[in-house]
Design a protein around this ligand. Structure first.
Ligand code: NAP
Length: 307
């Protein structure tokens, strides 16, 4: 993104400065997207870390103070904290301010924030679909968002200019931006992100419940598959608790389908139905090919020097 002299925003307030908030702060700074970055977080410990890392221009534990005069406020806290935070900042927002977020579910954001914000303040929900299993301000980095999708879920009444500004923010962070209906977002993410996360928690949970000898063996021989699941299952428990509770309907729907499919697989194995298994595993291979063809992942290449 070419650097321009006039930043996109005069003042951005980033509320919550963990993995996503700190990555955004770094990307905003790197790309000269705001003249002033106001950082707010709940604890003095996290605030001190943000200050040590020079993530902003001003720092406070009072979110209402951070949003004064902000053109854009981005809420980067767990989903379960959005409503309380919205109430805390509502009275301090200036007319014409844009309030956005980075939450992993979107229907709940509209439910929690729309009625709270004053008239003349524009809510533009957003979800940068990029992350890692790490948390906190030290975990973030400016290039986290590059090449990934960011989904905006404004409704038909949302101010078009406000939507365009939020789009420009994420495009300047090198994201590909798409707009969709909030409930559609939640259904898509339930299968592409939330279900895999829950499968990882289940697999690693099953291993955790095994007797000590078996557990030691699992650690010792944990190659590819299981090891990858442990990485995913190491993600922040509060964030994922809140995703489950705030995207409940879509997640329960997809878990229901998944349980049925798993039972069918179980039955096929019990009945020695090799054709069923081979057919299923061939279809899933096609999905993998499709993802690579769409440029969503790199082909799996055999490491050099390995036969
Ligand atoms: P994180 O690294 O754990 O950081 C969370 C931040 O929120 C911290 O600054 C924390 O403050 C603050 N916070 C936590 N609980 C709070 C509360 N009750 N009230 C006020 N502030 C609170 O989390 P993250 O991974 O950046 O996730 C933030 C948001 O991004 C979530 O909504 C998540 O759904 C979304 N998201 C995450 C990912 C991912 O891969 N992690 C990807 C896309 C979107 P203190 O440290 O000061 O307590």
């Amino acid at each position: 993104m070419p650097q321009t002299n006039k930043p996109l925003f005069e003042r951005i307030a980033i509320i919550g400065i963990g993995l996503i908030g700190s990555s955004l702060a770094r990307a905003v700074r790197k790309n000269n997207l705001a003249r002033h970055i106001a950082v707010a977080t709940r604890s003095t410990e996290t605030l001190a870390k943000a200050r040590d890392l020079s993530l902003g221009d001003s720092y406070t534990t009072d979110a209402a103070e951070a949003v004064i005069d902000a053109d854009l406020v981005v809420l980067c806290v767990p989903l379960g904290s959005m409503a309380t935070l919205g109430k805390a900042i509502a009275g301090s927002l200036k007319q014409g301010a844009i309030v956005s977020d980075v939450g992993s579910s979107k229907v709940s954001i509209i439910r929690d924030l729309q009625g709270i914000l004053p008239d003349g303040v524009h809510l533009v929900p957003a979800h940068p679909v990029a992350g890692t299993e790490f948390s906190g301000p030290e975990a973030g980095y400016a290039s986290l968002f590059e090449g990934h999708w960011c989904v905006l879920t404004p409704d038909a009444n949302t101010d078009k200019q406000a939507v365009a500004k939020v789009r420009s923010l994420w495009e300047a962070c090198a994201m590909r931006v798409e707009e969709m209906d909030a409930s559609h977002h939640d259904r898509v993410l339930a299968i592409t992100s939330h279900l895999p996360q829950l499968i990882a928690y289940t697999i690693v949970g099953t291993a955790t419940d095994m007797e000590d000898d078996s557990k030691r063996e699992i650690m010792k021989y944990s190659a590819g598959g299981f090891r990858d699941f442990t990485r995913i299952a190491a993600s922040d428990p509060v964030m994922w608790r809140d995703v489950c509770l705030n995207n409940k309907d879509a997640i329960l729907d997809i878990l229901g389908r998944f349980s049925e499919d798993l039972s069918a697989l179980q039955r096929a194995i019990r009945r020695d139905e090799g054709d069923y298994l081979e057919n299923l595993f061939s279809r899933t291979r096609e999905i993998r090919r499709g993802i690579i063809e769409m440029g969503q992942d790199k082909p799996d290449i055999k490491p050099e020097n390995e036969n």
